[in-house]
Design a protein around this ligand. Structure first.
Ligand code: FAD
Ligand code: NAD
Length: 467
């Protein structure tokens, strides 16, 4: 016999979309139930943002120590080269994940959210059955359903996951460092992790179908990353196709068709396939809910309503950008709309950061996305910024793009060490409708990287001080 729960709000998925929606709904006094089949935290906390940044951090520390041991580093020398125990690194990373996922459970409890662990399967738009780990079945009927089922890695048909062919999930939990890593796809994940593995000592080869890395961004913005890859011996095959896995006697290789039509076999210990993510739309009865689709995503309007009354969808399930902070912002908004608030999802910008070496941040329009004659574009190099030089990080720049007529800022990008921390100022400026004069008139702390943003605005106005 199935147990029955009647709830006002049912949230499916405990990722940054779902858990934030549930906490906010609970805070607003709505009777809320959240279903998650795995540990709370979703892709972001368990196998995405947090574990990847933890590994990137370790890789950076290892690289710094290795430099100090080999050539010396600004007066520091180490007597012997560092060693890396991957099992300890992964255990440390798991510790961080555990703290955060435990924290989510506490926050949900504090907000009086009922958490049901198990896989939800919908029989109609407002009813699902959850079979829990101990085999018990619960039927949940809701007035409002918030779908936050997230996304999954895309596999290549001729290179399915398994054995040496891994996704980001396995790459973040390896017990040994792959000596030779081949990365297929030079997007966010491929380059963030490819660079981290290179810093930890793997030989890294990147195979990218397009002619350039990080195709989301313009050539100027990705140039410092490209330079780092070349300088650090990462082999790049651009405009190349990953063909198939070649099983050798002792190991494996990836057959690759290069841009000029030659076929290469690249020996590998692991082949990391990072060619995008797809919304998680199968295996949970979405077809029984009568919601419209927008291509492979669930279709929503600017309040995250689906075509079915009182069924809402958020996060990776509803489209690009597939970013944790977008999922959370949508989740918070939907809970507030259900509670009667007037809200719309209409951000001026959703800033994105690529945690490569160096980091890239982009908010708003890129230069190629605005009519050339109507905008002013100005950039200020970190080579002229005291804080960047004092951190031995002179590579990169901040770039601002503003309307030529009223100087309203339309886009801001930066590439350089630690620029992820500038993302909030960029998003804030765009959200507040700042003009170049607003940024020029704001006193920025010295010495900080943010002064490069101030200077880029001054430069756009024709009177930069430090260049
Ligand atoms: P998810 O986090 O995917 O959560 C969905 C949850 O729903 C999962 O826990 C799943 O188990 C559960 N679920 C699905 N169906 C059911 C069902 N039927 N029953 C029960 N439970 C179900 N984004 C950033 O903004 N910054 C980053 O630095 C960043 N780094 C990333 C690094 C990697 C390696 C990866 C893979 C992703 C990264 N992302 C990053 C993307 C980010 O993780 C996602 O955008 C974000 O997690 C999406 O949140 P979500 O709530 O929509 O879905
Ligand atoms: P992506 O879309 O960023 O990059 C995929 C890359 O693979 C592209 O460059 C594409 O041209 C290439 N590609 C596609 N098919 C190919 C093929 N057959 N052979 C070779 N190359 C091929 O995808 P991703 O790196 O898997 O990341 C997925 C999503 O996760 C991102 O779009 C982003 O939304 C999110 N993410 C965000 C962050 C962050 O915010 N820092 C970090 C990681 C992931």
């Amino acid at each position: 016999m199935s147990e029955r729960i009647n709830t006002r709000v049912l949230v499916i998925g405990g990722g940054p979309g779902g858990y934030v929606a549930a906490i906010r709904a609970g805070q607003l006094g709505l009777d809320t139930t959240l279903v998650e089949s795995d540990t709370l935290g979703g892709t972001c906390l368990i196998r995405g943002c947090i574990p990847s940044k933890a590994m990137i951090h370790v890789a950076g520390e290892f690289e710094t120590m290795a430099k100090a041991a080999s050539a010396g580093l600004n007066g520091i020398t180490l007597a012997s080269a560092p060693t890396l125990d991957m099992t300890k690194t992964v255990a440390w990373k798991e510790g961080i994940v555990g703290k955060l996922t435990g924290g989510v459970a506490t926050l949900l409890k504090r907000a009086k959210v009922r958490v049901v662990q198990g896989w939800a399967e919908f029989s109609d738009a407002k009813t699902c059955t959850v079979v829990t780990k101990d085999g018990k079945s619960q039927t949940i009927a809701a007035e409002h359903v918030i779908l936050a089922n997230g996304s999954l890695p895309v596999a290549l048909p001729h290179l399915p996951f398994g054995g040496a062919v891994i996704s980001s999930t396995e790459a973040l939990s390896l017990d040994t460092l792959p000596k030779r890593l081949v990365v297929v796809g030079a997007g966010y994940i491929g380059l963030e992790l490819g660079i981290a593995f290179r810093k930890m000592g793997s030989d890294v080869t990147v195979v990218e179908a397009l002619d350039h890395i990080l195709p989301l961004y313009d050539a100027q913005l990705v140039e410092p990353v490209h330079k780092w890859l070349t300088k650090h011996g990462v082999t790049l095959h651009l405009g190349a196709k990953a063909k198939s896995l070649v099983e050798k006697k002792k190991d494996v290789a990836l057959a690759v068709e290069t841009k000029d039509g030659a076929v290469l076999e690249i020996p590998a210990d692991k082949i990391l396939v990072t060619v995008g993510r797809k919304p998680n739309t199968e295996g949970w009865g979405l077809e029984n809910m009568a919601v419209d689709m927008a291509g492979r995503f669930v279709k929503v309007d600017d309040q995250c309503r689906t075509s079915m009354k009182n069924v809402w969808a958020i996060g990776d399930l509803v489209g690009e950008p597939m970013l944790a902070h977008k999922a959370s912002a949508q989740g918070e908004m939907v809970a507030e709309i259900i509670a009667g608030h007037k809200r719309r999802f209409n951000p001026a910008a959703i800033a994105a950061v690529c945690f490569t070496e160096p980091e890239i941040v982009s908010a708003g329009l890129l230069p190629g996305e605005a009519p050339k004659n109507d905008v002013i574009v100005a950039q200020f190099p970190f080579a002229a910024n005291g804080r960047a030089l004092s951190m031995d990080a002179q590579e990169g720049f901040v770039r601002v793009l503003a309307r030529a007529d009223d100087h309203r800022i339309l886009g801001i990008q930066a590439v350089g060490a630690h620029v992820s921390e500038l993302s909030a100022e960029f998003a804030h400026a765009l959200e507040m409708g700042a003009t170049l004069e607003d940024i020029a008139g704001t006193i920025h702390v010295h010495p900080t990287l943010s002064e490069a943003f101030h200077e880029s605005a001054l430069k756009a106005l024709g009177h930069a001080i430090h260049i």
